[in-house]
Design a protein around this ligand. Structure first.
Ligand code: UT7
Length: 324
C-alpha cells in the first residue's frame, strides 16, 4: 500500500506590503530587493490573524476540494516555525476549528522544509493499518517574529498557509525522498531568545533577541548546495532522471537559489514554478502555496512527476519526489 495527495489548498492574509512600503521604513530599495531576492510584495497577517487562523482556512479548502468530511481524518500534522503557542499544538487548534473530532494532532518544527517533512511523515503514517486519511499543513506568521528595524531580514518574509489531504492508496504516489540535517550550523539562522535557554525578558526585548536573525550570505551558500544535493538524491532514490521531471517546486526563499537548483538539474525555466515575487519567503507554507497556485491555474496534471525541494533553519534540507 502507498499514499497519494487528494487535494491541495492555501490561504494568505489580505494585507499586502510592497517593496515600496519598505523604502519608507528601512534603508532599502525596490531595485535591491527585486534583484537580490525576486520579491516584489508579501502578505502580512493582521493583529488577530494567527498561524492557526491561516492553517484553518487552508485546511477547510483542502477538505472541500478532496470531498472529505473532517470527521474522516485520522491525523492532523502542522509544520510551522511560528506556532500559536508552545503548547497546545497548532494542529490541535485546527482540529477544534474544523471539527475533526476523530483525528489525532501534533506539530512539527522543521522550519522552511516543514511541508516536505510533514509529507514524509504523512506518507509514513499511511503505511500503518490504522491511518487512512491525514491532513498535513505548512503554516506561518513569520512577520510576527520579524524585526522591522533590520533591513537584512525584514524585507524577506511573508505569511500564509497551505494544506493537503493525503489518503492511503494502492498505487504509491510517493516515489522517493531525501532528508538531511546539519545542526552544527544552527546559529546562522536562529530565533535566539524566548525559548527555555534564554527566556523572554525586558532585556531580550530591548536587544531584539525575540526576533529571527539570519546571516543571509552564509545561509545562501549552504542553501544552494543543500537544495541541489536533496533534489538529486531524492531523484536517485526514486529511480527517476532529472529529464523525466515535470515540475520543480522549490522553497521560495530566493529566486537566485531556485535558479541555481534548476540549472544543476538541467531543467528549462518553464519546468520551475516561481511565485516568490508575490509572497516573499513564507517558510513551510511556500511549497503548498505554490502547489495551490499551480492547481488553480490548471498546471498540475495527474501523473506528472514533481520534485518538492527545501532548505532552512537547523540547518535541515530535503526533497520529495511525487507523482501528482
Ligand atoms: O528560508 C530559509 C533559508 N533562507 C535563505 O535561503 C536565505 C538565503 N540568503 C539570501 O537569500 C540572501 O543572502 C539575502 C537576500 C538575504 C541577501 O542577499 P545577498 O546578495 O547575500 O546580500 P548580502 O547579505 O551579501 O549583502 C550585500 C549588501 C550589504 O551591504 P555591504 O556590506 O556590501 O555594504 C548589505 O548590508 O546589501 C546590503 N543589504 C541591503 N541593502 C539594501 C542587506 N539587506 C539590504 C536591503 N536593502 N534590504
Amino acid at each position: 500500500m502507498g499514499a497519494k495527495i487528494l487535494s491541495i489548498a492555501a490561504h494568505v492574509p489580505e494585507k499586502i506590503m510592497t517593496n515600496k512600503d519598505f523604502e519608507k521604513i528601512v534603508d532599502t530599495s525596490d531595485e535591491w530587493i527585486t534583484t537580490r531576492t525576486g520579491i516584489k510584495e508579501r502578505h502580512i497577517a493582521g493583529e488577530n490573524e494567527f498561524t492557526s487562523t491561516l492553517a484553518t482556512e487552508a485546511a477547510k479548502k483542502a477538505l472541500e476540494r478532496a470531498n472529505v468530511d473532517p470527521k474522516e481524518l485520522d491525523m492532523i500534522v502542522v509544520a510551522s516555525a511560528t506556532h500559536d503557542y508552545w503548547f497546545p499544538a497548532t494542529a490541535c487548534i485546527v482540529q477544534a476549528n474544523i471539527g475533526a473530532e476523530n483525528a489525532a494532532c501534533f506539530d512539527v518544527e522543521a522550519a522552511c522544509p516543514g511541508f516536505v517533512y510533514v509529507l514524509e511523515i504523512g506518507r509514513g503514517l499511511l503505511s500503518l493499518p490504522n491511518y487512512n486519511k491525514i491532513l498535513v499543513i505548512g503554516a506561518e506568521t513569520l512577520t510576527k517574529i520579524t524585526d522591522y528595524t533590520d533591513r537584512t531580514t525584514c524585507v524577506l518574509f511573508g505569511d500564509g498557509a497551505g494544506a493537503a489531504v493525503l489518503e492511503k492508496s494502492e498505487e504509491d504516489h510517493f516515489l522517493g525522498s531525501y532528508l538531511k540535517g546539519n545542526g552544527k550550523l544552527g546559529d546562522l539562522l536562529i530565533l535566539p531568545a524566548c525559548g527555555t535557554r534564554k527566556r523572554c525578558s525586558e532585556e531580550v526585548v530591548k536587544n531584539h533577541e525575540h526576533y529571527l536573525k539570519m546571516q543571509g550570505r552564509e545561509v545562501f551558500k549552504h542553501a544552494v548546495v543543500g537544495m541541489q544535493e536533496a533534489a538529486l538524491k531524492a531523484l536517485e532514490n526514486a529511480g527517476i532522471k532529472p529529464s523525466e521531471v515535470d515540475w520543480l517546486v522549490a522553497h521560495q526563499a530566493n529566486k537566485r537559489i531556485i535558479d541555481a537548483t534548476r540549472e544543476r538539474l538541467g531543467l528549462p525555466e518553464e519546468k520551475v514554478y516561481i511565485n516568490i515575487d508575490k509572497y516573499g519567503n513564507t517558510s513551510s507554507a511556500s511549497i503548498p502555496i505554490a502547489l495551490n497556485e499551480m492547481y488553480e491555474k490548471g498546471l498540475l496534471k495527474r501523473g506528472q512527476i514533481l520534485v518538492l525541494d527545501a532548505f532552512g533553519a537547523g540547518f535541515i534540507y530535503g526533497a520529495i519526489v511525487i507523482r501528482w
